[in-house]
Write a new protein. Structure first.
Length: 522
């Protein structure tokens, strides 16, 4: 079948929309074989059917491993990647965030065959004491709920507030155009962009010859090519071309010092552009526009780190040469200019803010910098949003929906180390609950239990009497019964959901639990 015919067939077979881009992805990454020619690709429907059927088998296998109490309804497998990262939810990368559909399911004022009661209604206030990148706040706005977030990280708070604030997109667009023009003028004095264009041309010729897509990946999977030996040989072969170009254009690769994150993880031409653009952003007078531009710059900077595509989430060693990329199955290169990503993310940000602007309700959301164990919520709200502070005082907060940090899994400040250095935010790593650097030993687990319980105890001061608390966690150490007890709460329900779309390379069966807590009756 053609892609159009296959799209219609797959949509009927799966009872959900399967787009041409979904099928193109499967072809590009060799999940299914491409027949016909580039101008008219064809798909073998039997092969496509087998591919989709493997997911039905996956549910059976995961239930065997994780148990029959697995709530597959909460896998949200029917949602495309673009829906799981809709509008402002992908304004900036963030490790450890939950998908908006999960938040929406519990905040929404409707029941279904799996959710028998409504926990929140329009006009309620919901709290997220581990706000992260603001998923709960955004979904609360969509659903007509007021929401307050708290986070120890000043950068996380900036991301969250940029997402939920109203923006003058016309003025933002003008500011972006001006900055882009100034960056272009700055680049003309340097030769890194000409060098990179020449390098890309050489790579295109080389990869087309030795790593044709998708045939190369299929041959590797079929065992016809020894990927390790072949890639090492070709990687070495291209390096001589790379160094010849470096000498020809007189490119400085490494920075002159190696003291900070920005010194270590960015090539010299990239660092020059980052510093130039940041200085220009500092000159912007409108505070809201300046914050959006800072988010675009941060997102750009993250994508321009000197690392391989496969190690972008977990940095290993700086990469200063071309290399074989296992993710893309070809020779790739580090970044020598931020311009491409700056343009891409600028357009994307404007589009996402515009999309959310059409959905937003006339409700109030805000994220506050603070320690959720000790913050006086009403006093801090009075400084930022007096109307919301009064509302909390009068009607109380209906409940909590949050994903606390998992014990010993992520250093939350460190994942955005580049942003803290660029913008000069104060780091409060020592106040993180359950960070990676403290490990997962008994002492770390005991500290985690105490920390989460103290957050709940502090937040209870501002909750309604008949509150509902939902905490999303992978509780492999069974810590939450003790947390609930210390907080004077009881776990009234648990929803175990499979996590199918993890950022990590590990694709093994994995589940998380949504704990439903209420006040413990004496």
């Amino acid at each position: 079948m053609s892609l159009q015919e296959a799209s219609k067939w797959a949509s009927q077979y799966l009872d959900r929309k399967v787009t041409l881009s979904n099928l193109s992805y499967l072809l590009q990454y060799g999940r299914i074989k491409k027949h016909g020619n580039n101008g008219n690709p064809l798909i073998d429907i039997d092969e496509l059917k087998n591919y989709y059927d493997s997911f039905a088998q996956k549910e059976k296998e995961w239930r065997k491993i994780l148990g029959d109490d697995l709530n597959w309804h909460l896998s949200f497998v029917e949602y495309k990647e673009s829906e799981r990262t809709k509008h402002v939810h992908r304004l900036h990368p963030y490790k450890g965030k939950f998908i908006p559909q999960l938040v929406e399911y519990f905040l929404d004022g409707h029941t279904d065959e799996f959710k028998k009661e409504v926990f929140f209604k329009e006009g309620d206030i919901v709290l997220d004491p581990f706000c992260g990148s603001g998923t709960t706040l955004v979904q609360a706005n969509e659903l007509g709920l007021h929401a307050i977030g708290i986070d120890i990280s000043a950068f996380n708070v900036m991301i969250s507030n940029v997402k939920i604030e109203k923006h003058n997109l016309i003025e933002l667009h003008k500011a972006i155009q001006k900055l882009t023009f100034e960056l272009e003028q700055f680049q003309r004095k340097r030769n890194n962009t000409v060098f990179e264009e020449h390098l890309l041309n050489e790579l295109s010729v080389f990869n087309k010859k030795y790593f044709p897509s998708p045939d190369y990946k299929r041959r590797v999977r079929q065992g016809l090519i020894n990927e390790k030996e072949y890639s090492r040989e070709k990687e070495k072969e291209f390096l001589s071309i790379y160094w010849d170009l470096v000498r020809k254009y007189n490119i400085q690769i490494k920075q002159n010092k190696d003291e900070t994150f920005l010194d270590k993880w960015f090539l010299a031409p990239v660092r020059e552009e980052i510093d130039f653009l940041f200085e220009k952003i500092k000159e912007i007078e409108d505070a809201k526009i300046k914050k959006v531009l800072a988010i675009i710059l941060s997102r750009t900077v993250r994508s321009c780190r000197a690392t391989t595509h496969a190690d972008l989430a977990t940095l290993r060693e700086p990469v200063i040469t071309t290399y074989y990329c296992k993710k893309h199955g070809k020779i790739c290169k580090p970044i020598f200019s931020i311009m491409g990503w700056w343009r891409r993310y600028s357009i994307d940000t404007l589009n996402r803010l515009s999309q959310f602007g059409k959905l937003r309700t006339n409700t109030m959301q805000i994220c506050l910098v603070g320690d959720s164990r000790t913050i006086n919520l009403i006093e801090e709200l009075k400084k930022k949003n007096h109307s919301l502070a009064e509302m909390v005082s009068k009607q109380g907060i209906a409940g909590i929906f949050s994903s606390p940090p998992y014990v010993g899994l992520i250093n939350y400040h460190e994942q955005h180390a580049y942003a803290y250095e660029i913008f000069g935010f104060e780091r409060r790593d020592e106040l993180e609950i359950g960070p990676l650097f403290k490990g997962q030993g008994k002492e770390a687990r005991d500290s985690y239990i105490k920390g989460i319980a103290n957050v709940l105890l502090n937040c209870k001061k501002f909750l309604k009497k008949d509150y509902n608390v939902f905490l999303v966690a992978n509780d492999k150490y069974n810590l939450y019964p003790r947390i609930a007890e210390l907080a004077g709460m009881k776990i009234v329900n648990q929803y175990k959901r499979p996590v199918l779309n993890r950022v990590e390379k590990d694709r093994s069966a994995y589940a998380e639990i949504i704990f439903h807590l209420k006040e413990k009756q004496l």
